[in-house]
Design a protein around this ligand. Structure first.
Ligand code: ADP
Ligand code: MG
Length: 323
């Protein structure tokens, strides 16, 4: 088994580990498979992200333009996760024949996301699909100093950008036949990759490890724990809940386990983050919150009222809820 694919436990991740068994992985990569991007020796960062109708989105939840926008932002978010500068993207769409014209609107959304991130549309593929719509976005970026998931050290603090649980609250509402609050629906339909924020943090917050939160904070920090060979304690009371999540009794569960916030989570050994949090808020209009610490253990632990308990993971394909 390739030692380079250091993902957390789980069926989806066991499959990915199996893909790399005896695989031919170059040994001069700046960042190996298993991280948010792979980064080649020349600094080219690459990642791909597949959005499936009925799994990642539904047509009655969001517009065609939103579908393209969020698919592209989800992919761009993986460049942010390693603090890479976006260069471009290739977008592949599979669409049913009677909805071929929809691809124009979907691509308008994808291009808007690319434009906001200074990424060029470089190509893609277009094919007829027998049923559901699918969009795959390959992103290309550049960095000679990627921030890996594997650098967290015991004693580091764990920080997140922005607010968590907004997108998950909207999805939960839709799944239960309710209309989500506008702000929650927007968090889901129009996520914004923290592209510039990530590079600013790389310079000012000295992150030892970083990733983007696509599958829920608890599940995603489990990858930092696995890759860095450490444990991570998350303080339930410290979680910066999106207002729509905060209004619900299960808000912290949505923030921990529901994905698609596309915020960043990073670890750092900087003790005094006062200037960093102030500068970050000023520049990006977004807060930084300390949510836990790195400990000499393994996996993810939740601290609530002074008590520790193991966390259940985030969203996983092949073993999560039906979505
Ligand atoms: P993220 O949530 O950051 O997009 P994923 O959970 O999708 O990451 O993937 C985790 C890691 O596994 C990434 O490094 C990704 O490139 C790799 N991976 C996922 N699916 C495959 C696949 N089918 N073949 C090879 N590598 C894969
Ligand atoms: Mg990621």
């Amino acid at each position: 088994m390739s030692e380079s694919v250091a993902l957390a436990a789980g069926r989806e991740f066991d499959l990915i580990r199996a893909f790399f068994q005896d695989a031919n992985v170059p040994d001069d990569l700046l960042l190996a498979p298993g991280d948010d991007c792979v980064v080649l020796a020349n600094g080219i960062a690459l990642s791909t992200d597949l959005s499936m109708e009925g799994v990642h989105f539904r047509r009655d939840w969001i517009s065609l333009e939103d579908i393209g926008y969020r698919a592209a932002m989800a992919a761009l978010s993986d460049l942010a996760a390693v603090a890479a500068r976006p260069v471009g993207m290739l977008v592949s769409i599979a669409a049913p024949a009677d909805r071929a014209e929809d691809t124009i609107t979907i691509m308008r959304g994808a291009r808007a996301a690319a434009g906001e991130s200074a990424a060029a549309l470089l190509g893609g593929d277009l094919t007829r699909a027998p049923g559901a719509l699918a969009i795959d976005v390959v992103v290309v970026g550049h960095t000679m100093q990627p921030i890996a998931r594997s650098g967290a050290q015991v004693g580091d603090a764990v920080w997140v950008t922005g607010e968590l649980g907004g997108a998950a609250t909207a999805v939960d509402d839709w799944l239960h036949g309710r209309t989500p609050e506008a702000a929650a629906a927007k968090a889901y339909a129009r996520p914004v990759a923290r592209t510039a924020a990530a590079r600013w943090l790389a310079e000012h917050a000295r992150p030892s490890a970083m990733l983007d939160i696509s599958d829920g904070l608890a599940g995603d920090v489990a990858h930092i724990a696995a890759a860095s060979n450490v444990g991570i304690v998350l303080d339930i009371h410290a979680l910066p809940l999106h207002p729509a999540a905060a209004a619900r009794p299960d808000g912290h569960i949505l923030a921990l386990g529901g994905g698609e916030d596309y915020e960043l989570c990073f670890t750092t050994n900087m003790k005094d983050m006062t200037e960093v949090t102030r500068g970050f808020a000023q520049r990006f209009g977004c807060r930084l919150t300390r949510v836990g610490e790195v400990v000499d253990d393994s996996g993810v632990l939740l601290r609530e009222n002074g008590m520790l308990r193991p966390a259940r993971g985030g969203f996983q394909h092949f073993q999560g809820p039906s979505r």
